[in-house]
Design a protein around this ligand. Sequence first.
Ligand SMILES: NC(=O)c1ccc[n+]([C@@H]2O[C@H](COP(=O)([O-])OP(=O)(O)OC[C@H]3O[C@@H](n4cnc5c(N)ncnc54)[C@H](OP(=O)(O)O)[C@@H]3O)[C@@H](O)[C@H]2O)c1
Length: 213
Amino acid sequence: MTTLGIIGAGNIGSQIARKAVQLGYDVVISNSRGPETLAGLVEELGPRARAATAREAAGAAEFAVVTVPLKSYLDIPAEPLAGKVVIDTNNYYWERDGHIPALDNGETTVSGLLQEHLKDSKVAKGFNHIQSAHITTDGTAAGTDNRRALATASDHADAAELVTRLYDEFGFDTVNIGQLSESWRVERDRPAYVVRQNAAELAANLAKAPRVI
Ligand SMILES: NC(=O)c1ccc[n+]([C@@H]2O[C@H](COP(=O)([O-])OP(=O)(O)OC[C@H]3O[C@@H](n4cnc5c(N)ncnc54)[C@H](OP(=O)(O)O)[C@@H]3O)[C@@H](O)[C@H]2O)c1
């Protein structure tokens, strides 16, 4: 069994955990307040899941998901994630996260910041542009007509491949944007953001995204 470490147990973290245990992954999930505060979620998730600290979840992970408010990204433990694929669901809401000039000015990307922090990990963008509730409801079998598609991006080909496989298991097609430096195309308020779209529609929306909003 593959162990998925999840850092952040809110809307997105809990939904990814639900789908992952359904698919047979072992899940170690964490938040900022401590494992004891996740007892209810872990009970719901069943025997494939356990709660831990963020550091423990990172250490146990064969691959990880980081899904915290962006303002907390520097708290993510780098050393236990070294060498691992880390899927970044984060988005930049300056109203919540405070202003980050390099993002306001279009000089970097949300996932680029996490990759810079986790310099020995392989960061891939994923699940940032789907409403949490739809992670467990919108997936369909491969080959379904008009299947929903999600985008990824990474500087590491094997990380993008892992996300592609995971998306497929979750019930989604993938459009690979390319390098993290291009991942702004699927960030907040762009045409592809939180819209139900198939692969062709997603590719078209990515292509017409403006760099700075
Ligand atoms: N909600 C959506 O539909 C959606 C969709 C796509 C992407 N996103 C993005 O995905 C990220 C997560 O969104 P969300 O809606 O799931 O947020 P959320 O419901 O507010 O949950 C955030 C989680 O992160 C944990 N956390 C905060 N600081 C942490 C730290 N330093 N170490 C470990 N865990 C920490 C929180 O733990 P505590 O509760 O213990 O503080 C909480 O479990 C955000 O960047 C968001 O913009 C959200």
